[in-house]
Ligand binder design. Structure first.
Ligand code: DAH
Length: 357
C-alpha cells in the first residue's frame, strides 16, 4: 500500500507511520521556515495541510493500523497536525497582514474602492444644532403629533371660530370619524405643542415652571416657490414661570442668534400681532442669501408674551403664571446660515447640493 508517497508494509506499520509523521513534521517546519512571502506560505499550506496534502496522505494510513496500536499512532498524528497548524499561524502572523488568508490573485495592499458616504440632511443637522443652543440656555426638547385637532391648532391658541386662519383653503383637514368627531388636520404650526406640553405637565404635576423648545414639521397648502413649501419645519419655544419679562424674551433670542450665527449677527424685533401672544413681535435677521448680493432683512419667525387667554385655556391662572413664546422657521435659519437662495433646494434631494453643506 502506498500512503503519502511512502510505501507502508502490513507488518510494522507503527514504526513506518510514526517515522513518516516525524519526517513530515521535520520537513514541514523546515520548509515553512524557508517560505519568504505570503504566496510561498500559502503554497506550503496547500502542500502540507491542504485537503489533498501530505498530512492527509499520511493520516490516511491510520485506518490500516491494528486496533490496539491505533491510540498511540492517533495521538502522534494529532500532535503533528497541531504543530504544523500552529507553526503556520505563527508564520502568517509574522508576515504581517494580521492573519488574513491570502487568496491567490488578490493584493491586499491595493487601495480599496471608496463607497460614497451618506450624511444627515441639512434640516436635521440645523434642527439639532438649534436645540443644542437652546439646551445650553436650559430649554428641554419636546415633540408632539403632526395630526392634530382644531382645539390644539386653533381654539386653545386663542384663534376662535371664524378666524381667517381657519379657512379650509388654508389648511389640510383630514376627513375621518363620525359627525361628532372633532375635525382633524395636519398642524399648521408647532404652537400646538405649547398647549400639549402645558396640559401634559399640569396633568402629570411636572410644572410649570416650563422651559421647552419643540422642533417639527408643519403643513400649509401654499403654492411652492423660492420661499414657500407645503411642508416645512418650525421650532417652537415656550417659557412659563412666575416672573418672565419681554426683556427675558429679547435676551434669549439675541443670545441664540449670536451663538448660532456669530457675534456680529444683526437682528431686530418688529411689533406684530399673533392671537396667542400679547405683545407680539417678529424677529428678523440680516442675511446674505446669495453670494455677492448685499445682506437683507429676513423674517425668521414670531414671538411674544403668552396671551392670558392661552394660559386660561389650559387651566393656568394668569395672575400667577406668565411666559414668553416664539416660533421660527428652521428652513429660514438653514438658508441664512448657509446662504441658500431657494427653499426648494432643501427638498429636491440633489446629492450634489446636499454634499456641499
Ligand atoms: N405660530 C406662528 C406661525 O406659524 C409663529 C409664532 C409666532 C409662534 C409667535 C410663537 C409666537 O410661539 O409667540 O406663524
Amino acid at each position: 500500500m502506498v500512503v503519502g508517497g511512502v510505501r507502508v508494509w502490513r507488518d510494522g506499520y507503527i514504526p513506518a507511520m510514526l517515522e513518516q509523521l516525524d519526517q513530515l513534521e521535520k520537513d514541514g517546519i523546515a520548509s515553512l521556515d524557508a517560505a519568504g512571502d505570503a504566496s510561498a506560505v500559502e503554497a506550503w499550506r496547500i502542500e502540507f495541510l491542504g485537503s489533498k496534502g501530505r498530512l492527509k496522505g499520511v493520516m490516511g494510513g491510520l485506518k490500516d493500523v491494528p486496533r490496539e496500536q491505533k491510540p498511540a499512532v492517533g495521538k502522534r498524528s494529532n500532535e503533528v497536525k497541531r504543530a504544523l497548524e500552529s507553526a503556520f499561524d505563527a508564520k502568517k502572523g509574522s508576515l504581517g497582514g494580521g492573519g488574513v488568508q491570502v487568496a491567490v490573485g488578490i493584493d491586499p495592499t491595493e487601495p480599496g474602492i471608496a463607497q460614497p458616504l451618506g450624511r444627515r440632511h441639512i434640516i436635521s443637522r440645523v434642527r439639532d444644532e438649534i436645540c443644542d443652543v437652546f439646551g445650553k440656555m436650559g430649554f428641554e426638547v419636546a415633540s408632539e403629533r403632526e395630526l392634530e385637532d382644531d382645539k390644539h391648532n386653533f381654539v386653545k391658541l386663542n384663534i376662535p371660530a371664524g378666524h381667517p386662519a381657519r379657512e379650509p383653503i388654508d389648511n389640510f383637514f383630514v376627513e375621518e370619524g363620525g359627525e361628532s368627531a372633532r375635525p382633524r388636520m395636519l398642524r399648521t404650526q408647532t404652537s400646538t405643542v405649547q398647549i400639549r406640553v402645558m396640559e401634559d405637565a399640569i396633568a402629570k404635576g411636572w410644572g410649570p415652571p416650563l422651559k421647552i423648545v419643540a422642533p417639527g414639521r408643519v403643513y400649509r397648502p401654499d403654492t411652492v416657490d423660492a420661499t414657500h413649501s407645503f411642508m416645512f419645519h418650525q421650532i417652537e419655544g415656550l417659557y412659563i414661570d412666575r416672573q418672565v419679562s419681554f426683556v427675558d424674551l429679547k435676551t434669549t433670542l439675541f443670545a441664540f442668534a449670536r451663538s448660532y450665527f456669530g457675534e456680529d449677527a444683526e437682528i431686530r424685533l418688529r411689533p406684530s400681532f399673533f392671537p396667542f401672544t400679547e405683545p407680539s413681535a417678529e424677529f428678523d435677521m440680516k442675511i446674505r442669501l446669495r453670494a455677492g448680493k448685499p445682506a437683507e432683512w429676513v423674517e425668521l419667525g414670531g414671538c411674544g408674551m403668552v396671551d392670558p387667554a392661552v394660559l386660561e385655556a389650559v387651566g393656568l391662572d394668569p395672575e400667577e403664571w406668565m411666559g414668553f413664546a416664539f416660533g421660527f422657521g428652521i428652513e429660514r435659519i438653514a438658508m441664512g446660515k448657509y446662504s441658500i437662495p431657494d427653499i426648494r433646494m432643501l427638498f429636491d434631494n440633489d446629492v450634489r447640493f446636499l454634499q456641499q453643506i
